[in-house]
Design a protein. Structure first.
Length: 68
């Protein structure tokens, strides 16, 4: 992003939005109210995915840290 001239804050914000969307899909906390016209419900096996949500979130946090 830096090579393309994208401001650091904008790139970090974009990754934060990606993190929010990804963790909502993984944790099945997405809803039509938060997704609007882009709401997407995928069939998945029911269970506790909190560890996976935390792991995915930590990867996004690492990217944000590297950008900042």
């Amino acid at each position: 992003y830096i090579a393309l001239g994208v401001p650091t804050q904008s790139a970090a914000r974009a990754v934060a939005i990606m993190k929010s969307a990804a963790t909502a899909l993984i944790g099945q906390t997405n809803s039509p109210a938060s997704g609007g016209t882009k709401y997407r419900k995928m069939e998945t096996t029911q269970g506790d995915c909190s560890a996976l949500v935390a792991e995915a979130g930590s990867y996004f946090d690492r990217v944000i840290g590297a950008i900042s």
